[in-house]
Design a protein around this ligand. Structure first.
Ligand SMILES: Cc1ncc(COP(=O)(O)O)c(C=O)c1O
Length: 360
């Protein structure tokens, strides 16, 4: 094993991942629940996550072709849905070679499709039901369908993406559901609507395929504090204390002297920084978990280190393990302090943080 003196690592709990998948998929027993593993499986490592879920899931989804080719090259043979579809003509050719499922959302993609009348994989027609980001208008659907061969129509899935499924009283979601269901009934196509928040909050959105991302990794996609099941964070990001120092009243910490001791204080320096994906603009007070207690960030985040006020933590020593988020400190709580969301924190953990897979 390679020597590794710096103990910063992301521990990825594969049994938690599988357990999360099974629990959420069981909320929608009539649906096929696709595992969304774009952005390197939300920072968890796409190849390892795909291998771990391979026998549980019907298909995977990624954002673009390159992410899917990495999986094929690693031996993943299950269907892989490309959520943004082919971005140029060459992408389309690659998709035919690798048997990808394509989500199609613009006229150019449809023109490439008409040049591949024998394309036999599942096609997903993306309808814009109000996100106003990608997709054809519901009115446009008829015109597009007319361009597909009968064989292609047989494999068609009509799909859309929710803009506000995490807001439980937002009327937009039921409106999106009605719009898409009407369309899929009219054209007798299969249907896909739900992301994590849709699966959990909107049972009426469950359809032939659901697309499960964030919650698979044990992160909470909704403001509900009590989820209908107990999800376990699949990632625990941790590091260790590499230095401790005592400060006097008025002493400053870190770049720009941005934090000053209001009393005699003890500061722990921890081996993780913005180059690891811990955001530089994290404010003082953002919690970390040390020795079963929460301690607040003090001073600016550096490239390789953060500094934390451990004045009130008993028995701290150099070498102690520090959890930045994970099983003991939820990524949602940390994200709230940093004025961001769990999705962003998980996906920005950088390549220099080794991933250690447990409970295979
Ligand atoms: C089209 C599409 N479907 C499904 C998902 C999965 O969403 P979530 O991670 O909220 O489950 C995403 C993620 O952004 C997406 O873009």
């Amino acid at each position: 094993m390679t020597h590794r003196s710096r103990k910063t690592q992301a521990i990825i709990n594969l049994s938690a991942l599988k357990n999360n998948y099974n629990q959420i998929a069981s909320l929608a027993p009539q649906s096929k629940t696709i595992a969304v593993i774009k952005a390197n499986a939300y920072g968890h490592g796409a190849i390892e996550i795909a291998k771990s879920l391979n026998s549980l899931v019907p298909a995977f989804a990624v954002a673009f072709i390159d992410e899917a080719i990495v999986l094929r090259n690693a031996g993943i043979t299950l269907p892989i849905l490309i959520l943004e579809g082919p971005l140029d003509k060459e992408d389309f050719t690659l998709a035919t070679q690798h048997d990808f499922w394509l989500m199609l959302h613009n006229n150019e993609q449809i023109s490439w499709l008409t040049q591949h009348p024998n394309y036999k994989e599942k096609l997903w027609l993306k309808i814009d039901t109000g996100m106003n980001r990608l997709g054809f208008t519901p009115k446009h659907a008829k015109k597009i369908l007319a361009k597909l061969t009968n064989e292609q129509k047989k494999h068609l899935v009509i799909c859309s993406h929710f803009s506000s499924a995490d807001e439980l009283d937002n009327p937009k979601t039921p409106a999106q559901i009605v719009c898409l269901k009407t369309l899929s009934e009219k054209y007798s196509c299969q249907l896909s609507l739900s992301n994590s928040a849709g699966i959990i909050n909107w049972p009426q959105s469950h359809a032939d395929f659901n697309r499960l991302g964030l919650a698979l990794y044990g992160a909470n996609p909704t403001p509900i504090k009590n989820m209908p099941m107990k999800l376990t964070p699949a990632m625990t990001l941790q590091s260790t204390i590499i230095a401790l120092r005592k400060l006097k009243l008025g002493d400053s910490v870190g770049y720009g002297e941005a934090w000053r001791a209001k009393q005699a204080s003890v500061i722990a320096t921890i081996a993780i920084g913005y180059a690891d994906g811990y955001p530089r603009n994290s404010p003082a007070g953002t919690p970390v978990f040390i020795n079963n207690q929460l301690a607040p960030l003090a001073g600016r985040v550096s490239m390789d280190m953060i500094t934390v006020d451990v004045t009130n933590i008993a028995n701290v020593s150099v070498g102690d393990v520090v959890e930045l988020w994970g099983e003991n400190l939820s990524v949602e709580v940390v994200a709230e302090h940093m004025n961001t969301i769990n999705y962003e924190l998980l996906t920005r953990v950088s390549a220099r943080v080794p991933k250690v897979y447990i409970n295979k």
